[in-house]
Design a binder for this molecule. Structure first.
Ligand SMILES: *Cc1c(COP(=O)(O)O)cnc(C)c1O
Length: 361
């Protein structure tokens, strides 16, 4: 008998379930289950990735200066306070690893992103789930849940899988109301899809207790590459950099993400197409008797009468080669999350939901 055991908390982690990618027996299934950009990355990004093939024998730079400068110039930020990671997942991980250990609490919301809980448990901290109000982040509930052990508060704005967001004043009220030892983490994975929204960057600049995370996985169409970044007060970024592996991002990842960030034409095209098709899809589903909250992201949370109907619709969509996401694991068993695809995919999914609701089961 060995006495080999992992640290407390590790065995409480439920493995992350990714979006399904294929349906048995169906060719050319349309994947609308992971909020990916249906148009893929910019041509410039693909070209940068190709060119990186000739540099694969070289170690990557450790300071990510070129990518941080591209991000800083695009968003009007201080490059010194940007940190890049293997997806924003890694930034979330760094935050938990550096600021939350045994005896500490990490707050996330009822329908919040699964990685907050996973990273909190991985660092030995206690995840604390706070209710939302009708699928919207509830600032009062979060403030009421804070204790002297609260170290991190994760809020995705807009949130996944609800697609809803809270306004700037509510975010300020949250940041101001947190206990002194707590950091507010604004997860801006979908910030690019919101008009006139900085993801919380100005609030980061104005305060000492706010960090913003962002990603190349959604608007930039680079989910497979794994690049994300964080922006925060100098003192916090300096702490995170101590645990960051010096070579956490590959040469290919750095060069490709930089090219993607600098191609504003492609980013703007993808943003505009998503905005147009999102409205169309929500309207078409509503006409078929499937309501949804107004989404600020690149997906729609379709609501059904109950879990049974949501699951039956999911099954029917699969027979039609359409893969969407069940969100029972996010306390939303009566809903399906549908990524806004290209125009043909949106039409197909709306048509199929209409057939399902019309009794084509
Ligand atoms: C998709 C998503 C991310 C992005 O994760 P990456 O590791 O950057 O791919 C982060 N937060 C939320 C809420 C997301 O939905």
């Amino acid at each position: 008998m060995t006495k080999i055991t992992p640290r407390p908390g590790i065995m409480d982690i439920a493995l992350y379930q990714g979006g399904q990618a294929s349906v048995e027996g169906v060719r050319d299934a349309v994947k609308l289950s992971s909020n990916e950009n249906p148009f893929g990355p910019s041509e410039a990004a693909i070209e940068a990735f190709r060119r990186a093939a000739f540099e694969l024998h070289r170690y990557p730079p450790t300071d990510h200066a070129a990518l941080r400068n591209a991000i800083a110039e695009t968003h009007g930020l201080d490059a010194e306070r940007i940190i890049c990671g293997v997806g924003s997942d890694e930034i979330i991980h760094f935050l938990c690893q550096c600021y939350a250990g045994q005896g500490d609490e990490v707050i996330h919301t009822e329908h919040g992103f699964a990685m907050y809980k996973i990273s909190a448990l991985a660092s030995g901290a206690k995840p604390v789930e706070v209710p939302e109000r009708e699928r919207v982040t509830d600032v009062d509930a979060i403030l009421a849940a804070c204790t002297k052990r609260t170290k991190l508060v994760f809020v995705a704005n807009p949130n996944n899988p609800t697609g809803t967001m809270i306004g700037a004043q509510e975010v300020v009220r949250l940041a101001e109301g947190l206990p002194k030892q707590a950091i507010l983490v604004l997860d801006g994975a979908y910030a690019e899809y919101v008009d006139h929204y900085d993801g919380g960057a100005a609030l980061v600049d104005a305060r000492e207790n706010v960090v913003m995370t962002r990603t190349f996985s959604k608007l930039y169409g680079l989910g497979g590459l794994r690049v994300g970044w964080g922006y925060g007060p100098q003192a916090i970024i300096d702490v995170l950099n101590r645990v960051r592996g010096p070579f956490n991002l590959s040469t290919a990842a750095l060069a490709t993400a930089e090219a993607a960030m600098r191609d504003r034409t492609w980013a703007e095209k993808c943003r505009a197409d998503n905005a147009r098709l999102r409205v169309w899809l929500a309207g078409a589903l509503a006409e078929h008797g499937v309501p949804s909250d107004v989404s600020m992201a690149n997906f729609i949370l379709a609501r059904f009468a109950d879990a049974k109907e949501a699951e039956a619709c999911d099954d029917y969509l699969k027979t039609q080669g359409l893969i969407v996401r069940r969100v029972g694991g996010y306390n939303l068993p009566n809903c399906l999350r549908i990524t806004v695809g290209d125009e043909a995919s949106c039409r197909r999914v709306a048509h199929a939901v209409g057939q399902f609701k019309g009794g084509a089961r």
